[in-house]
Ligand binder design. Structure first.
Ligand SMILES: [Zn+2]
Length: 145
C-alpha cells in the first residue's frame, strides 16, 4: 500500500527532524538554521524529497554562475600541475581525487593550504574539480584487469 508507506515515512521524517530541532536548540545553534529545520520538520516525506532535489538543482545553478564569474587562476593551475608532477599517487589517492568531494580533496591535496593556494570560495565551489579529476585520471596508477 503506497499511501500507508508515505504516512509511515512522513511520521519517521517528522520524528527525526523534531528531535534534531530540539538538539540544535540545546546546542544554541543560530536561529536561521533552527528555522530551516523547523520548516523541514513540518514537511511530508515526499515533500522533503522534492525540497532536496530543488536545493540540489539550485546549488548546481549557483556553482555554474559563480564559475562563470570566477575563472581558474593561472597560479593555482600551475600549483596543481606541480603537485601532480611531484606526487606519486596511490590507488587510494586516485580514488579520493576522482570522488570529487571536498573532504577527500582536502585530505589528499590540502587545497586551501599554502602550496595549492585555492581560496576558500574556490574550494567550496569546486572550481578546479574537473582539472583535478582529469589529472588524477591521467596520472594515477592504472589497474591491469
Ligand atoms: Zn570523497
Amino acid at each position: 500500500m503506497i499511501e500507508e508507506d508515505e504516512i509511515t515515512r512522513t511520521r519517521k521524517h517528522r520524528e527525526e527532524f523534531e528531535s534534531r530541532v530540539t538538539q540544535l536548540k540545546e546546542l544554541g545553534a543560530p536561529q536561521i538554521i533552527i528555522d530551516e529545520e523547523i520548516m523541514i520538520s513540518q514537511m511530508t516525506h515526499r515533500g522533503y524529497e522534492n525540497y532536496k532535489a530543488q536545493r540540489k538543482k539550485e546549488a548546481k545553478e549557483e556553482r555554474k554562475n559563480w564559475i562563470k564569474n570566477n575563472p581558474m587562476r593561472k597560479e593555482v593551475v600551475e600549483n596543481i600541475f606541480t603537485w601532480f608532477d611531484n606526487t606519486e599517487l596511490s590507488e587510494g589517492d586516485k580514488d579520493g581525487l576522482l570522488c570529487g568531494c571536498g573532504m577527500c580533496l582536502g585530505i589528499i591535496m590540502d587545497p586551501c593550504g599554502y602550496h595549492i593556494g585555492m581560496t576558500k570560495e574556490e574550494f567550496e565551489y569546486d572550481l578546479y574539480r574537473d582539472l583535478i579529476k582529469g589529472l588524477a585520471e591521467k596520472k594515477g596508477p592504472t589497474i591491469d584487469l
